[in-house]
Design a binder for this molecule. Structure first.
Ligand SMILES: Cc1ncc(COP(=O)(O)O)c(C=O)c1O
Length: 446
């Protein structure tokens, strides 16, 4: 039975286990009335630890499945379970008091559940927090610890606090150097002596060439003919050996296999490789140290290597953190894969973000499926507008693929989605800055 006493205190009776007791206490009448006018997430929801432990796993799955807030799902599930059990049980009180788990306790509980989940899924994921920490130790003397920038103007435009992790300042101009460096410096001397092979539309290629140069070995790079000129120049600048392919991924893969057979070099996939995923995950180690209070990270997604590393590390450190992917509408295979529950590939892609045209792989898909809270798709105009804001306000040169996280935060689909209303402190990965500026330069000369 639910009773309202003086309009200020709700009690739900006949709940059998006192550790499952929960109720909603609104304090004074004015605060009760105020609470009615505010969304559920602002209610002072508390409970004793045991009931919290009992509810969290369900609440997490519920939150995922329904795209509703975590606190809302706790309330809904608690009330639903209480109502089901109450008619068949003896009298006890059901109350939500002012003394429940602190934010710290909630985080510890989430962490325990996440660790258990990671343990169950160990076989499924190609990297984990310890492989990411090992990667960091391996590469930290070679990489830049990129800065995190903020801008009050962009905060005002977006209505959130934004923390930009500037991987466009990474060596080679993109985050890709982290994974490439980790993969190359993981090889034993015998393997390394034969060189490395990869296929890439650009940033991974340049990163691998640079890492190979640092190790003193050869990088054979299969590049599609439609790759941006500046990315090709980067590969040449770092001494990579270019082998041309047609644009489709299949053509790149076939040619890479041929080179592999001829040279005996080690193949290093641009994203579907545990060493690459671990290297990219080092971004989260730095970001969460530089901006420890962020509640959300937005990550550009293509093959999913960046996303997998970032999500595995960030959720291991803070399981409550939200991980959102940003993807172009013209190459939305990841969004389609999430919706279908299996890897979906597209017959063709069409987007200005040349780094985001690949499809999820066998190793990256399980992480995207399990740890990515949502995928926000944006069109090319939104990407270009976000790029312009990066140049004009942040004074940072990003490429379209690098600006997509900002485009996602500013998009209507993100702003109007109630599930992301409480994403207040958002880390955005500006993943790369390799842009062909020839057209822009030509326009200045006129
Ligand atoms: C600048 C930039 N951002 C993001 C990505 C996406 O990375 P991933 O393929 O690991 O999802 C790429 C991939 O090439 C890239 O070059």
């Amino acid at each position: 039975m639910i009773t309202a006493r003086d309009g200020v205190y709700f009690e739900l009776h006949s709940f059998p286990f006192c550790y499952c007791s929960i109720a909603i206490y609104f304090g004074s009448l004015p605060s009760f009335l105020y609470s009615l006018s505010t969304p559920l997430t602002t209610l002072d929801l508390t409970m004793d630890n045991k009931s919290a432990f009992w509810l969290y796993p369900f609440s997490i799955s519920f939150t995922r499945a329904k795209h509703i807030g975590f606190v809302q799902s706790v309330v809904v599930l608690t009330l639903a379970s209480a109502l089901i059990v109450s008619p068949i049980s003896s009298v006890s009180s059901f109350q939500l008091s002012a003394f429940g788990p602190s934010r710290k306790e909630v985080n510890i509980l989430l962490k325990v559940i996440f660790c258990l989940k990671m343990e169950v899924n160990k076989e499924k994921y190609a990297a984990d927090l310890s492989s990411i920490k090992e990667a960091h130790a391996r590469i930290s003397s070679f990489i830049h610890k990129t800065p995190v920038m903020t801008s009050e103007s962009l905060d005002a435009i977006s209505g959130r606090r934004l923390f930009f992790k500037c991987e466009c300042f990474q060596k080679g101009g993109a985050f890709k150097f982290r994974g490439a460096c980790n993969a190359i410096f993981s090889l034993d001397d015998q393997q390394a002596a034969k060189g490395v092979v990869t296929h890439s539309s650009g940033n991974h290629a340049a990163a691998l060439a640079l890492a190979a140069k640092l190790r003193g070995i050869t990088a054979y790079v299969v590049i599609p003919k439609n790759a941006p000129e500046c990315k090709v120049q980067n590969v040449l600048r770092y001494g990579g050996q270019i082998i041309w392919s047609e644009a489709p991924v299949q053509s790149r893969e076939e040619i890479a296999t041929k080179v592999l057979q001829e040279t005996g070099a080690a193949f290093i996939h641009p994203y579907d490789d545990g060493r690459i995923i671990s290297g990219q995950g080092t971004i989260s180690l730095e970001l969460l140290e530089q901006a420890p209070l962020i509640d959300t990270i937005i990550v550009p997604i293509s093959g999913g290597g960046l996303m997998s590393g970032v999500a595995l590390a960030a959720k291991s450190i803070n399981p409550a953190i939200r991980i959102l992917a940003a993807e172009p509408k013209g190459a939305n295979d990841a969004a389609q894969s999430k919706a279908a529950g299996r890897i979906v590939t597209l017959p063709e892609t069409n987007t200005v973000a040349d780094g985001l045209r690949a499809f999820l792989g066998e190793l990256t898909w399980p992480v995207v499926r399990d740890l990515v809270d949502d995928i926000i798709t944006v069109d090319d105009m939104e990407i270009i507008d976000a790029m312009r804001l990066c140049y004009e306000i942040l004074k940072v040169a990003v490429e379209p693929s690098g600006a997509i996280g900002l485009a996602a935060v500013l998009s209507d689909s993100f702003r109007s989605n109630p599930a992301w209303k409480d994403c207040n402190r958002i880390g955005i990965i500006l993943s790369g800055g390799n842009l062909d500026l020839e057209v822009l330069w030509a326009s200045f000369r006129k």
